[in-house]
Design a protein around this ligand. Structure first.
Ligand SMILES: NCCCN[C@H]1CC[C@H](NCCCN)CC1
Length: 290
């Protein structure tokens, strides 16, 4: 009954709105306000501190791209760490890779996990994979404690730099990720919008170029329900075996190796992988000059 508008100081003067059919959950965790509503045209919607995290209709774009851009760029990923991603969508996507043997996930807010399992079963299906271990806690502390060189890939599926995820956009965190990765290991982080946050992106790229001595590339994709309709990703690799993010070398094994109730890929494919790294001139100028 009415409309939800995503108003935030992070995107001044604009607000994406969705028609609300019914509010399904409202709560306050130790970290943020959590809400789920049934929208008129995008399925169910997860909102944290007034910011849209995912909708049933378009979550495939973000979860598939943030996962397969890194994992399809290296051969035989075995050990993967997800920071954030409490809704389970990234886990669902990592599980499609048959070479993966172990998936750690560190999510700070248990309420996000529980709410996703209750209201977004096709997203939280990722938790049903036996290779998954959930750690409820701060990703910064988890990485500080992680053994050096223990992961092939780290995916940072965070909210925005205002709130609990603030530290996940800073240099010390990137340094701890690089330490936890093997030589030639890869990181993929949520990296905002080129339409809204070129300044934030500039800072992230600068930090990543200082910390990651392999490849550092920015990719982007379309997600209708994120502000400006696009979201970016920072793809980085540590010193060691060369990683060419722009040419996927490891096609996903979508046959047997996923949970029976996992939905098929809806968004990611080889061509859109390569296209994701093509940037408009105003963004290319800033990102490739750092
Ligand atoms: N697993 C889904 C979590 C999604 N992370 C989101 C990425 C986008 C963000 N707002 C977009 C802000 C404008 N770039 C909210 C969290």
């Amino acid at each position: 009954p009415g409309w939800f508008s995503e108003i935030s100081t992070m995107w001044p003067g604009e607000a994406h709105s969705l028609k609300v059919e019914k509010i399904l959950f409202q709560g306050k965790s130790d970290y943020q306000d959590v809400m789920v509503f049934q929208s008129a045209t995008y399925g169910k919607v997860l909102v944290l501190d007034g910011v849209i995290q995912l909708t049933e209709r378009d979550e495939c774009a973000y979860q598939e791209m943030i996962t397969h851009l890194p994992l399809c760029s290296i051969s035989n990923p075995k050990k993967v760490l997800v920071i954030g991603g409490g809704d389970g969508g990234v886990l669902r996507e990592v599980a499609r890779h048959s070479s993966v043997e172990h998936i750690d996930i560190c999510e700070i807010d248990k309420m996000v996990v529980d709410v996703s399992k209750e209201h977004f079963p096709d997203v939280a299906v990722g938790y049903e994979d036996p290779r998954v271990t959930l750690h409820v806690g701060d990703g910064v502390a988890f990485l500080k404690a992680a053994q050096e060189g223990s992961y092939d890939a780290v995916i940072v599926d965070s909210s925005d730099p205002i709130g609990p995820a603030q530290e996940l956009f800073e240099k010390p965190f990137f340094e701890s990720v690089a330490k936890a990765l093997r030589p030639g290991g890869v990181m993929c982080t949520q990296a905002e919008s080129i339409w809204l946050h070129m300044h934030i992106i500039e800072g992230i790229v600068e930090n990543c170029r200082q910390v990651f001595k392999g490849s550092v590339n920015y990719a982007w994709t379309t997600v209708p329900t994120y502000p400006s309709g696009v979201i970016g990703f920072m793809l980085c690799s540590t010193e060691g075996p060369k990683v060419d993010f722009k040419n996927p070398i490891n096609p996903i094994d979508v046959k047997e190796n996923q949970h029976k109730s996992t939905v098929p890929l809806k968004f990611y494919n080889q061509e859109i992988h390569a296209a994701a790294f093509c940037l408009p001139s105003f963004a290319k100028k800033v990102i490739e000059s750092k």
